[in-house]
Design a binder for this molecule. Sequence first.
Ligand SMILES: Nc1ncnc2c1ncn2[C@@H]1O[C@H](COP(=O)(O)OP(=O)(O)OP(=O)(O)O)[C@@H](O)[C@H]1O
Ligand SMILES: [Mg+2]
Length: 316
Amino acid sequence: MSSKEYLYSRIRQQFREGLESPEPVDEKTTAHQAIAARYTLNDVVLGASIRRQLEEALAKIKYFQKIYVEWGFASVDPAGKGVVLNFYGPPGTGKTLTAEALAGSLGKPLMFISISDLESKFMGDTSKNIVQVFKTALAEGAVLFFDEADTLLGKRLSSVTQGIDNEVNAMRSTLLIELERHEGVVVFATNFGKNYDAAFVSRISQHIKFELPGAEERRSIWSKMLVAGIPIEASRDELLEALTELSDGFSGREIRSCMRLALPKPLLEQGEPILLLRHLEEAIAQMRTTIVELTAEQRSNGNIKLDAARKMLGVN
Ligand SMILES: Nc1ncnc2c1ncn2[C@@H]1O[C@H](COP(=O)(O)OP(=O)(O)OP(=O)(O)O)[C@@H](O)[C@H]1O
Ligand SMILES: [Mg+2]
């Protein structure tokens, strides 16, 4: 892949994942650089059970010295220094955000690895480079985040040539070895929890299931999205109550998309721009229509996944 193609793939990737870079991506950005995490777990709205699981994972990392050295657990679990987490669940439920937030809460940078980088960029050199990815992560103390991990850790890759298949298989073996001996934090994310190869499943310390937000979580997500600077007229509590009700079944990403759709609306109207419930209602209705249309599209074309379609259409 040329540096320009790589640049574009990075931009697309960041657009898809909502990981708008704090600095403009320039052509000198090297592959697999660690970025400073911009969030902590306080910025993510999570149900009690997921939060608890993440806190336990954090505690294992923070108290490694106590558990493994002082208490001596290393004598029976010598390879226990690393932590491998698997985030699985529907699109837009905060898996990528939580990976970055976890890094932020640990005070570590994040290294974001996507299968498309590994597949194309390292053609002919994949295994060597996967080793490099782990080495860099260790040197920088970074949390390694593998997105679209079902493709990466699954039994088969959608690839075009035998050469790539071999390449990917070699990479998988290397990945297994690296995971076994890595001393840092690795997070995998996927929409499909069941497609992993058993060898990888057994190396994952915790599988964490992400779900669509319930009413309480939706309220908190709306509240986060309605940042202080946005002029609103109604009482904030009433607004939040209405929005929580209206957005039943929405993911966090869909709530953010509603905000993106709603915010320009008051600016096109006469007078002082104020975000009203009706703007948000309109946006929510637009979002529902989009979801229904994309679901129909998905049914008529089994190859297009709903989330992929949403991303393609920019309603991510
Ligand atoms: N639980 C949440 N708390 C706060 N914000 C959320 C939450 N879930 C989603 N969002 C918002 O939606 C955006 C997209 O979520 P994110 O990219 O983390 O979803 P994902 O689970 O990784 O989706 P995908 O499976 O498509 O990769 C986040 O950056 C955030 O703005
Ligand atoms: Mg994601």
